[in-house]
Ligand binder design. Structure first.
Ligand code: HEM
Length: 191
């Protein structure tokens, strides 16, 4: 991503800041755009968590059709989140924690667990979706999931989602907490 330079910033300053005419580098070239992307990223991951909970409630009530729609919505929202998150990283926008020192270890434990489980969530969701999709194809329709060709695939779907659902929820909730913490005690560091 090409960085813009602030008005009045001589082109040579991009190479060297050796002269007094070069202003200090702007901490970030377009913070409003990056912040908007960041806000939408957190909105989409929270909504995907809500759609996930709704989807679980649907299947508990035996409504498979609505379960499928809710889970596809949750997956689409999570995909949009990923695109926004990667765009934000590409823009170089980054915040660091500058809050109370006594909360620092707890914040980093939360952040690290969030990052590790967010990475794990992608293959878990793909595994759940893949088996549901294959199961649906084998069954022909959602009223026929006990057909011999489909049963094993839906059993596998159930095995995958035992991990997928809690991990997804943890990532959505902690993502929101991290966003709130950095809103209060975060400082933009990357430009
Ligand atoms: C990543 C997205 C998905 C997640 C997280 C998810 C989650 C779940 C959960 C929690 C259950 C209940 C498991 C249990 O009772 O032990 C379930 C069952 C089920 N899901 Fe999904 N699901 C997803 C996508 C889908 C899709 C796209 C379909 C349709 C093609 C689908 C069809 C079903 C069916 C038919 C069952 C009932 C299986 C049975 O009774 O054995 N799911 N899913």
């Amino acid at each position: 991503m090409r960085r813009r330079h602030p008005p009045g910033h001589p082109a040579t300053c991009a190479v060297s800041r050796s002269t007094d005419t070069c202003p200090a580098p702007h901490p970030y070239t377009d913070p409003v755009l990056a912040q908007t992307i960041n806000q939408w990223a957190v909105i989409t991951i929270v909504l995907s968590g809500l759609a996930l909970v709704v989807g679980v409630l649907f299947i508990r009530n035996g409504n498979r059709e609505a379960h499928m729609r809710a889970m596809l919505t949750a997956s689409a929202l999570a995909t949009i989140f990923l695109v926004l998150y990667l765009t934000r990283l590409g823009l170089g926008y980054e915040k660091k924690y500058v809050g109370p020192d006594e909360w620092r270890p707890a914040y980093f434990a939360l952040l690290i667990s969030h990052i590790i489980l967010a990475a794990a969530n992608l293959p878990l969701a793909l595994g759940a979706l893949y088996n549901a999709w294959k199961g649906l194809k084998a069954a022909g329709n959602l009223g026929n999931i006990d057909a011999p060709a489909a049963r094993g695939l839906f059993n596998r779907h159930r095995a995958w989602v035992r991990w997928t659902v809690p991990v997804w929820l943890y990532v959505a909730v902690t993502g929101w907490i991290i966003y709130l913490v950095l809103g209060r005690w975060g400082e933009v560091v990357k430009g």
